[in-house]
Write a protein that binds this ligand. Structure first.
Ligand SMILES: Cc1cc2nc3c(=O)[nH]c(=O)nc-3n(C[C@H](O)[C@H](O)[C@H](O)COP(=O)(O)O)c2cc1C
Length: 253
């Protein structure tokens, strides 16, 4: 049964659509706008240990650094919605340090960004199943809140191995792409299948209408992160998507 207000990793989300990391989610004003929008959560820009000042980069790691968010999260939290803090670290120690600080400041779920090319080069999460296991197990043990891993759209390890590592480490959720992986399935569907439905999957990418969202949710994905449509339309996009989703569900029955 499709729920538009899912529970993921034990956290109640008031709505199943939320912004994707980095989509109008870097500054205080942007995060507060998300907090007061119809988005089902507030997903931060990927946060690094120190500030990264590279305004020319697209989909990069430009953000003011972890300290900025430690002061901000308690304020954003007052809106009463789950906060998903995206973390981009170049070493396991950096990831743990950033994630622990953000969890203490009020993040409900930590999203580890394994999507970023710089993270790939330095952290090398997919060098082998052992390396991936080492990283997610260390993070899982060190954090007081649940962990979710954001996958890149293509990766060198089979998704069955990725799913097995996440399940073994006790990681409850994964952010996977709504684009094709193997055998006609999207990556999100493929990882859901590879985990026998035991991983909770948040789909990301390619959704900008209520009809598209319903199609993704019907495949078993619990929630969807929206990137480009948020950047294009602003946070008002969530009110539109909420209406379209309700209309689409009513029509389809
Ligand atoms: C302006 C912008 C900034 C982004 N920054 C990040 C980021 O900091 N961390 C991350 O994991 N993904 C980042 N992304 C990728 C999005 O989270 C998302 O995976 C991607 O846009 C696909 O979703 P879409 O098809 O709805 O745009 C960014 C995307 C955009 C458009």
């Amino acid at each position: 049964m499709l729920s538009t207000a899912p529970i993921i990793a034990g956290i109640s989300f008031p709505f199943c659509l939320m912004n994707a990391a980095g989509a109008l989610s870097t500054s205080r004003d942007e995060l507060l706008a998300l907090a007061h929008s119809e988005s089902g959560a507030i997903v931060t820009k990927s946060i690094t240990l120190s500030s990264v000042l590279d305004p020319g980069a697209r989909c990069g790691r430009e953000n003011p650094g972890v300290r900025y968010y430690l002061d901000l999260l308690p304020e954003v939290r007052r809106a009463g919605k789950p906060i998903v803090a995206s973390v981009a670290g170049f070493t396991v120690e950096d990831c743990i340090h950033i994630a622990q600080a953000l969890a203490t400041a009020g993040a409900d779920l930590i999203e580890i960004n394994c999507n970023d090319p710089h993270v790939h080069t330095h952290l090398a999460p997919f060098a082998s199943p052992q390396r991936f296991s080492e990283i997610v197990s260390a993070l899982r043990r060190a954090l007081p809140v649940p962990l979710a891993v954001k996958l890149p759209s293509s990766l060198p390890l089979p998704l069955v191995d990725v799913a097995a590592v996440l399940l073994d480490a006790g990681v409850p959720a994964v952010i996977a792409h709504n684009t094709s992986a193997d055998s006609g399935l999207t990556q999100a569907q493929a990882i859901l299948q590879a985990s026998g439905g035991r991983l909770e999957v948040i789909g990301v990418g390619g959704v900008s209408s209520g009809t598209e969202a319903v199609a993704v949710l019907r495949s078993g994905v619990k929630a969807i992160q929206i990137g480009s449509a948020v950047v294009r339309e602003g946070v008002g996009v969530f009110a539109r998507l909420k209406r379209e989703l309700a209309d689409s569900l009513e029509l389809q029955g």
